[in-house]
Write a protein that binds this ligand. Sequence first.
Ligand SMILES: NC(=O)c1ccc[n+]([C@@H]2O[C@H](COP(=O)([O-])OP(=O)(O)OC[C@H]3O[C@@H](n4cnc5c(N)ncnc54)[C@H](OP(=O)(O)O)[C@@H]3O)[C@@H](O)[C@H]2O)c1
Length: 253
Amino acid sequence: MPSICNAFTVQVYTPNMSPSEQYTWFITGTSRGIGLELTKQLLQSPHTVVVAACRNPGKADSLQSLTTSAGGRLYIVRLDVTDTQTIKDAAQETAKIVGEKGIDYLINNAGIGIGDTAFTMDIDDLTKTLQTNLVGPAYTSQAFISLVEKSKKKTIVNISSTLGSIGRDFGPQYASYAVTKASLNMLTYKQAKERPDLTVLSICPGHLQTDMGGENAALPVSVGVAGVLKVVTSLTPKDSGSFMNFRGERVPW
Ligand SMILES: NC(=O)c1ccc[n+]([C@@H]2O[C@H](COP(=O)([O-])OP(=O)(O)OC[C@H]3O[C@@H](n4cnc5c(N)ncnc54)[C@H](OP(=O)(O)O)[C@@H]3O)[C@@H](O)[C@H]2O)c1
């Protein structure tokens, strides 16, 4: 993926909450990359409970290794965003874990991306990318809505990409990925318009050094994730339905 971010001052995520407030997070795609780093940074706060979803918990060694230091605040559940039954099952399991607290922050993070162009793209790849990056988050938000409604923060975050911005004009590359992220942004807008009682955001985490971003990406994953957490925990209802980056700046649609 191309570099899409300028140099960014390293910042450390510090939770924006009083010690008595304990918020619950549900994150998809936590086996590696951004989802794993979100889980790690959130668990640094003693007031956070994370339900971390991944498609194969038995093989998610890095995630499993966090359980020892998490002091009972990390729960790992199975969820494949392309399999609606696993999403329903994960929602039921999460309801038992969090009880009346619900889910304060639902983070639709799991995603895939390939480099292709509009006239050369493999239609099966487009379908799979759409299923993972759009249909998965849409269904996960539906399946978890009753848990989000119960919570204090009532926030849904769709992890998007500036590559899905028409306004930023990245040319013909990454066509199927860009189409799915532009669709995800419209989902964010529609979710926010339908439910003014929720806070719904699309956010680009920056071009980060993960398996997807590549080792030559602009920034370490820790920097982009710290930025995402700072932005997300500082949101106000007026931000709902917008597209931001990890620096808290608006990104054009
Ligand atoms: N890295 C960047 O530069 C960048 C920039 C902008 C936006 N993003 C977005 O950030 C999100 C995370 O990206 P990343 O860089 O962390 O990617 P990554 O390193 O490739 O990790 C992707 C994560 O998504 C999971 N995943 C993929 N398909 C899944 C499915 N069907 N069900 C459940 N989980 C699935 C993977 O699980 P497995 O281990 O099971 O495959 C993995 O945990 C994506 O939405 C991506 O589009 C990334």
